[in-house]
Design a protein around this ligand. Structure first.
Ligand code: NAD
Ligand code: 6OH
Length: 484
C-alpha cells in the first residue's frame, strides 16, 4: 500500500497515526497517509523558521524567481504523475485535471516568479515647512513562516496559488492540504527537491482540522500569517484560533453565486457557459453558479436547453478520456448533497432533471456519484437558494427587469462571484458594477488572469489575492521617510 508521508525539512517522515485516502470513484483505499501530531507540526514550523533565516532568506528576488521557474519546470516534467495523483484523489475527469489543475499549478509558479521581479512600490515626494522636502518609499519584506491550509476541490491549483506568491516574496511555508486529497502536495515536495529549493522552505503536514494538524498550525505562535481556502465556517474557526497571536489572514471561502441571463444573450454560448458554471468539477468549485436567473422571455427554452446539456454529461471512470462528470469527493459530502436534493423537494421545488444517484452496475456504484440536477420553482427564501450545496446542482428562476435581476443576485450573505450573460455590453458593464461580489464575469465564467484581484465579500472571505494583491499579503511593507 502506498504511504503518503509528511515532508519536513527536506525529508519524508512517518508518524504514529495513519488514515486512509480513498478513491471517490469506487470507494477503494488508494494510500495510507501519515497524520502529523503536534510535535511534527512544531518540527515543520521550526524547519521553516530555520530555512527563512538561512540560505533562502539570503536570496535576492532574481534568485528566488529563477528557483520558482525551476519548480514550474519540475511540475511540467512530471505532469503525468501529478494528473494521475489528482484524478485518483479527487475523482475529477482526467481531461479536466490535465487541462486545468496541473498546468495551472505550473502557471502559478511562473506568474509569481515573473511578477515579483517586475513589481514596483509607490514612492512620494513630501513637502515640508522648511521647503527642503522629504522622500517616502517602501521596501517589501517577507512575513516569515506562512501557514497554508487548502481544500480538496482543486487541490494542487489552490495550494500553489498560495505557495508560489508566498515563496516569491521570500517566505517559507508549512502547508496542510485537505485530508481528502493529500497526494499532489506531497508530489510537489519531490518537485521542490528536484528544483533545488533549500530544505525547510516547503513543508507538508497531513491531517485534519480540529485537534489535528490544521489547528496545530493555525495556533502555532511562530507562524506569522495564515492563508486559507475552504468553508466559511472553517474560516470563522481559524479566525478565532489566530486571534490571540494577531496574525494576518487571507480567507477564500464559500459562495452561493448567481448567474444573470438576459434574453439578448448568445444562446448557445450561454448554455455552454452555464453548464460549466453549474456542473464543472461536479459543481465543486467555489465559483460555481448555484442560482441562475433568466429573463422570462427565454426562461422556458433555456431551461430545456440546460436540461438537455445536463443529461448529455457523461459520468464515468475519471481516467477515461470521454468522462465529463466525476463523483463527489466523499460519502459524507454525497450525503450532504443528497440531503439538499431531498430538501429542495420538501421546499416545493419542481425537478427538471437528476435528483438522484446514477447506477452503473459495477464498482462505481461504491463511489460517490450523484446526478447533475436542476430545480425550478423555489421561493427565494428557501434554504436551497440560500445555502452553499457544493454539488452539481442549480436552481433556475425567471426575472422580468434588470433591477429585479440585480436585487435577486445580490440577495445573499456570500459575495464571491457572479456572471452576466448579454449581448448588450453597456448593460453588461452597468449590471456588473452593481454586483456585490469579488469577481464578476460577463459572457464567460472562471476565465482567470492571475494578475487580477481574486477573493470575496461577506461570508466569501477576507482580502484579495492575485497579482500584486498576493505580493502585498505575503509581505510587509516598511515605509521609509527621508528628510532631504
Ligand atoms: P473545509 O473548510 O472543510 O476544509 C478546508 C481545509 O481546512 C482542510 O485542509 C481542512 O482539513 C482544514 N480545516 C478544517 N477545519 C479546520 C480547523 N478548525 N482549523 C484548521 N484547519 C481546518 O473545506 P472543504 O470542504 O475542503 O472545501 C470546500 C469549501 O471550500 C467550499 O465551501 C468552497 O466554497 C470553499 N472553497 C472556496 C474557494 C475560494 O477561493 N473562495 C476555493 C475553493 C473552495
Ligand atoms: C474555487 O473553488 C476556485 C478557486 C479558484 C482560484 O482560486 C483561482 O485562482 O483560479
Amino acid at each position: 500500500m502506498k504511504l503518503i508521508q509528511n515532508y519536513i525539512d527536506g525529508a519524508f517522515v512517518g508518524g504514529a497515526r495513519e488514515f486512509a485516502d480513498l478513491n471517490p470513484a469506487d470507494g477503494t483505499v488508494i494510500a495510507q497517509v501519515t497524520e502529523a501530531d503536534e510535535t511534527q507540526v512544531n518540527d515543520a514550523v521550526r524547519a521553516a523558521r530555520r530555512a527563512f533565516r538561512g540560505e533562502w532568506g539570503s536570496f535576492g528576488v532574481r534568485e528566488r524567481s529563477a528557483q520558482l521557474h525551476r519548480v514550474a519546470e519540475a511540475i511540467e516534467k512530471r505532469a503525468e504523475s501529478f494528473v494521475k495523483a489528482e484524478v485518483e484523489d479527487t475523482g475529477k475527469p482526467v481531461s479536466l485535471a490535465s487541462r486545468l489543475d496541473i498546468p495551472r499549478a505550473a502557471a502559478n509558479f511562473r506568474v509569481f516568479a515573473d511578477l515579483v521581479k517586475m513589481a514596483g512600490i509607490e514612492s512620494f515626494q513630501t513637502e515640508t515647512p522648511d521647503g527642503k522636502g522629504a522622500l517616502n518609499y517602501a521596501v517589501r519584506k517577507p512575513l516569515g513562516v506562512v501557514g497554508i491550509i487548502t481544500p480538496w476541490n482543486l487541490p494542487l491549483l489552490l495550494l500553489t496559488w498560495k505557495v508560489a506568491p508566498a515563496m516569491a516574496c521570500g517566505n517559507t511555508v508549512v502547508v496542510k492540504p485537505s485530508e481528502e486529497t493529500p497526494a499532489t502536495a506531497t508530489l510537489l515536495a519531490e518537485a521542490m527537491q528536484e528544483a533545488g529549493i533549500p530544505y525547510g522552505v516547503y513543508n507538508v503536514v497531513h491531517g485534519f482540522g480540529p485537534a489535528s494538524a490544521g489547528e496545530f498550525l493555525t495556533k502555532h505562535p511562530d507562524v506569522n500569517a495564515v492563508t486559507f481556502t475552504g468553508e466559511s465556517r472553517t474560516g470563522a474557526a481559524i479566525m478565532a484560533a489566530v486571534a490571540p497571536s494577531v496574525k494576518p489572514v487571507s480567507f477564500e471561502l464559500g459562495g452561493k453565486n448567481a448567474a444573470i441571463v438576459f434574453a439578448d444573450c448568445d444562446f448557445e454560448e450561454t448554455v455552454k457557459g452555464l453548464s460549466d458554471a453549474a456542473f464543472l468539477n461536479t459543481g465543486q468549485v467555489c465559483l460555481c453558479a448555484e442560482r441562475i436567473y433568466i429573463e422570462r422571455a427565454i426562461f422556458a427554452t433555456m431551461v430545456s436547453a440546460l436540461k438537455k446539456k445536463a443529461e448529455s454529461l457523461r459520468p464515468g471512470w475519471p481516467m477515461e478520456e470521454n468522462t465529463s462528470l466525476g463523483p463527489l469527493i466523499s460519502a459524507q459530502h454525497r450525503d450532504k448533497v443528497l440531503s439538499y436534493y431531498r430538501l429542495a423537494l420538501e421546499e416545493g421545488a419542481a425537478l427538471v432533471t437528476g435528483g438522484g444517484v446514477p447506477s452503473f452496475g459495477d464498482a462505481r456504484d461504491n463511489g460517490f456519484f450523484v446526478q447533475p440536477t436542476i430545480y425550478t420553482g423555489l421561493a427565494e427564501t428557501a434554504r436551497c437558494v440560500k445555502e452553499e450545496i457544493f454539488g452539481p446542482v442549480c436552481h433556475i428562476a425567471p426575472f422580468d427587469s434588470e433591477e429585479e435581476a440585480i436585487s435577486l443576485a445580490n440577495d445573499t450573505r456570500y459575495g464571491l462571484a457572479a456572471s452576466i450573460w448579454t449581448s448588450n455590453l453597456k448593460r453588461g458593464h452597468r449590471v456588473a458594477q452593481q454586483m456585490n461580489a469579488g469577481i464578476t464575469w460577463v459572457n464567460c465564467w472562471f476565465l482567470r488572469d492571475l494578475r487580477t484581484p481574486f477573493g470575496g465579500a461577506g461570508l466569501s472571505g477576507i482580502g484579495r489575492e492575485g497579482g500584486t494583491h498576493s505580493l502585498n499579503f505575503y509581505s510587509e511593507l516598511n515605509n521609509i521617510c527621508i528628510k532631504l
